[in-house]
Design a protein around this ligand. Structure first.
Ligand code: PGA
Length: 250
C-alpha cells in the first residue's frame, strides 16, 4: 500500500506578519485534500503566530539545535519549537549543510533532539552537480543517510527523508523520473536494511524545483511519498495545485 503523501512547504527566509493571510489561505485550501498531509515550515520567529492563525494545521521549523538548552546564542531548541506550536522541523537542509557547515553527525543529533520531544523530522539529503556528474550520487546520498539518520525511528514523532539534489533547488532543473526513481528506491532499500518493516513506513519526499507543472509526474514515481517545496510553497496559487496533484496519486 502506498504511504499517505506529505507535501511540506519550506518558506526559507520568507514570511512577515503580512503573510499570515497567505498561510491561512493555504491551510484552508489544504483542508479540501484530507488524503494528503500538508505542512508549512516557516521562519522560527513566525511559528507561534502561524500556529495560532491556523489551529490544527501543521506548522514546522526549518532547523533545530541539538542541545536541550544552554549557551547557544541565536539558536532554537526542539522544546522551543514545540512550545511555539510547531509539530515538525526540517533538519540538514543543503543550504544549512553548506552555509553553516553542518555535518552528518550534527544533523543526526538535531534529528534525535527533535524526535525525543515529539517533534517530527524531515531530514534532507542530496548530492551536488559535481558529484552527480562524477557518477557518485547514490553512494553520496547513502553515506549521508548512514551518518545522519537516527539509530531509532518508529516512535510517535515521524521521521521522513527528503531527497533534494542540490543542483535542482531553486534552479528549475529536475532529475529525470528515472533518476528520481533510482535514488528513492536506493534510499528505501537502505532504510529497510537498517530498520526492517519500519523502514518501509518512512516517507521519502522529493525536493528541488517541484511545481504544479511537474508535480503529478513526480508523485507517480514509485517510493515518492510526497514533496518538500520551496519557492512554489509561498503562495496558495502555486502550492495548492501541488497538493491536488498529490491527492490524485493517493
Ligand atoms: P525549491 O526549494 O522548491 O525552491 O527548489 C526546495 C527546497 O530547498 O526545499
Amino acid at each position: 500500500m502506498p504511504l499517505k503523501k506529505l507535501v511540506a512547504g519550506n518558506w526559507k527566509m520568507h514570511g512577515l506578519s503580512s503573510d499570515l493571510a497567505e498561510i491561512e489561505a493555504i491551510a484552508s485550501e489544504a483542508r479540501k485534500y484530507p488524503e494528503v498531509d500538508v505542512a508549512l515550515c516557516v521562519p522560527a520567529i513566525l511559528i507561534e503566530r502561524a500556529a495560532r492563525a491556523v489551529p490544527g494545521f501543521r506548522i514546522g521549523g526549518q532547523d533545530v539545535h541539538q542541545a536541550e538548552k544552554g549557551a547557544h546564542t541565536g539558536c532554537t531548541s526542539a522544546l522551543m519549537l514545540l512550545d511555539a506550536g510547531a509539530s515538525l522541523t526540517i533538519v540538514g537542509h543543503s543550504e544549512r549543510r553548506e552555509a553553516q557547515r553542518e555535518s552528518d553527525s550534527q544533523v543526526k543529533a538535531k534529528a534525535e533532539a527533535a524526535l525525543s520531544v515529539g517533534l517530527s523530522v524531515i531530514l534532507c539529503v542530496g548530492e551536488s552537480l559535481e558529484i552527480r556528474e562524477a557518477g557518485r550520487a547514490t553512494e553520496t546520498v547513502l553515506t549521508q543517510l548512514d551518518g545522519s539518520v537516527p539509530n531509532r525511528i518508529g516512535g510517535e514523532a515521524e521521521l521522513a527523508i527528503a531527497y533534494e539534489p542540490i543542483w535542482a533547488i531553486g534552479t528549475g532543473k529536475i532529475p529525470t523520473s528515472g533518476e528520481i526513481a533510482e535514488m528513492h528506491s536506493a534510499i528505501r532499500r537502505e532504510l529497510r536494511e537498517r530498520f526492517g518493516a519500519d523502514g518501509g513506513e518512512v516517507r521519502i519526499l522529493y525536493g528541488g524545483s517541484v511545481k504544479a507543472s511537474n508535480a503529478e509526474e513526480i508523485f507517480a514515481i514509485a517510493d515518492v511519498d510526497g514533496a518538500l517545496v520551496g519557492g512554489a510553497s509561498l503562495t496558495v496559487r502555486d502550492f495548492i495545485p501541488i497538493v491536488a496533484a498529490a491527492a490524485v496519486r493517493s
